[in-house]
Design a protein. Structure first.
Lengths: 418, 418
């Protein structure tokens, strides 16, 4: 058995050298560092037997032909842009693991009845411009040209930055795969959460990329002197918010405990109480609520249950409640057929197959409903991501390449499903 | 029956004209506006048959002799300094109501077997210098000379400001009443809380000025992605803080409901969650807890119960808990004898006698343990104070003067008690 781990880890370390800030990893979309990374990646793809090119949206595309040139392609990819002060595995692992798998096929002279295209997308993080999934949406035929007019914080238009990078804003529509050109989309990605580590598993099969709904909640009670207002006469906005926080937690925990695959989570991440003095009962509180689940119905039911709870709490406490929905995105379910194929490869690798939702967004979302789509998650230390402390083991990296190779070798085309 | 209300309200309105900011009421300790207010008050006292003077600590003292000149005095007073953008009744009502009562005695030629001294203290709010109760502590013989060295935000020493005002820092010890010179201390004050209004009562008898303990609480859980960390794997510092907030509320509400006079209150007034992003589970939270009760044992027991609850919550949630006591002040109980005398006058006025604790501090605190001490609370609209919306009715103002007169006329000296 070839050991892919050591090579892959060394390449990930080398790839992290393409950064705006020495010592840290920061590689934003369409920067000179992004272009240097793309060139390095295209060279690597060439050595792995692929024809490499940059597509009009700035995605690095490496094509490994099948037994018959021009056959439909299995797309495998992730992103090579990063957040500021990033870890080196988020996105990059998926791209370099795919290159490693193809390199192994090439080394052995293996050709499959389909082509493989490895995709290194340039904009998954959405850090530089106020849009995201630029590259994957272009390939999926879902690019919104309005994105080209957005500007970064220095006032640079995406269209201009893309042209300087070597892309072609006018030709982005041509980046889309035509019907019959692509078979499916696969993505290997670190979990960015703690589940696999807690389960003692190196990899897991993604069920869906969670839908998410966010609310801005405002409460207006009555401020008062912390010493002079008896408990029974209070309309304490912070006590109401505390009760709501626990109500949201309870709804999510109950759902998640009852059905581990439910994957419902609810988070109060931001809170502000006014006037905010040690000796004043808070009269106003604003807080955020983020609710996610792999199934839209589960998320919608949970939101309804939580908001009904909020209304009851507000009424009982004599506090005014105002709720604004600030974000609402549907879930992107992975295709059942692709999930089965990934699961079979995991089992063949001798690993207990665990299915879990993805709480974070990924390039694979862009393909939901367009191509059969699926993801393999790789364990990361402490669930930490978007942080220099992001860490995976060489053993897990090795296993991810072997499983990906096994999926490719056993790949069966299926009719696209939503 | 003489109607004191209209006159008293007109005087309170006029007195509010002594302010640093036209249109608002701001009268800080030892300012020129404070001095002008003191001069106006001394003139008013003179017209009411009193000998008025400024004592060395800047307190306006008006003495109304009894049947025998030089007799021990019943002290009645409150403060004439205000917070910034204050209401016009906090402190000032108690001083001008006392002047009105003495004026009525003088008008009728009534002399009592004791003298009356009306005191207009200059520093109850503690806004200008980082100390408080300067005037009342001086009269009570409890002045701490270290206060003279404190400075306001412009760097002015209190000793210098006091000298410029017309006081005498060197002679403050002489402001203290010697044993036998004073019989008791009475204070009329707006409630600054909503209890009397809720009970439909114009006045109430204060049981004690609450003791208070304040805590700074810090929680350290684990920050994480709001989408990727399942509920069961979270160590959410904000959810822990929410549970603690409700635990503190529950302890106070249970005590207060079980024994209305218990008067226990607990307040989380300030909270900060970090990192404070909509999509990140809070890893750190800091919040304040303020616990008050008229009896020290009740407050101590409540603090112990609340902190034990906090420990249990922190342990169960895997969150680190750090608690710092930032303030701890004993309760100042009103003298049982004075409470009985005030209650008897309230009953004679045809009002249901309600006893309640004071959640806020008052000049009367300075006399606890030195002289028999008691307070009459007057209803204020919505419990609002420290705000231009502070409001009382002329009827309640009238009643407070009549009750004070009645207390004076029936006053019985008792042996000082703690």
């Amino acid at each position: 058995m070839t050991a892919f781990g050591a090579d892959l880890m060394a390449r990930l370390d080398a790839f992290a050298g393409f950064t705006e800030e020495p010592g840290l990893l920061t590689r934003l979309f369409l920067t000179t560092q992004h272009r240097a990374a793309a060139d390095w990646l295209m060279e690597l793809m060439g050595k792995a037997g692929m024809n490499a090119r940059l597509d009009p949206a700035g995605t690095v595309v490496g094509r490994y032909e099948g037994t018959v040139p021009g056959a439909p392609a299995l797309l495998i990819g992730s992103h090579i842009d990063t957040v500021r002060n990033a870890g080196r595995y988020d996105g990059n692992l998926g791209v370099l693991a795919a290159v490693a798998a193809v390199a192994e096929l090439d080394r052995r002279g293996e050709r499959l009845p389909f082509a493989i295209e490895v995709l290194g997308f340039g904009d998954e993080e959405g850090v530089r411009f106020p849009v995201t999934l630029t590259g994957s949406r272009a390939v999926a035929g879902r690019f919104d040209r309005a994105a080209l007019e957005t500007r970064d914080r220095d006032g640079v238009r995406m269209a201009d930055a893309l042209r300087a990078f070597g892309g072609d804003p006018e030709a982005i529509a041509a980046a889309a795969r035509k019907p019959g050109e692509a078979l499916a989309f696969l993505e290997v990605h670190i979990e960015q959460g703690p589940v696999l580590e807690a389960e003692g598993l190196p990899v897991g099969i993604v069920t869906a990329i969670n839908g998410a709904t966010r609310f801005a909640v405002r409460l207006r009670g009555m401020a008062g002197h912390a010493g002079t207002v008896p408990m029974a006469l209070r309309r304490d906005a912070l006590a109401a918010a505390a009760e709501m926080t626990l109500a949201a937690e309870r709804v999510a925990a109950a759902s998640d405990a009852g059905a581990p695959e439910a994957g419902l989570v609810a988070t109060v991440g931001r809170i502000e109480a006014k006037p905010g003095a040690v000796n004043v009962i808070p009269g106003e509180v604003a807080f955020t609520l983020d609710v996610r689940a792999p199934e839209d119905a589960v998320r919608r039911d949970a939101c309804a249950a939580i908001l009904a709870g909020f209304k009851g709490i507000a009424a009982r406490r004599g506090v005014e409640l105002a709720v604004e929905t600030t974000h609402d995105a549907a879930a992107a379910p992975c295709s059942p057929g692709i999930r089965r194929q990934i699961e079979a490869a995991v089992v063949r690798a001798g690993v207990r197959p665990l299915s879990l939702p993805s709480g974070a967004g990924h390039d694979a979302m862009a393909f939901a409903g367009v191509l059969p789509m699926g993801m393999l998650f790789v364990r990361c230390k402490g669930g930490i991501s978007h942080n220099p402390a992001e860490s995976i083991t060489a053993e897990d990296a090795d296993l991810s390449v072997r499983i990906l190779l096994d999926i490719i070798r056993h790949f069966e085309h299926e009719t696209p499903t939503a």
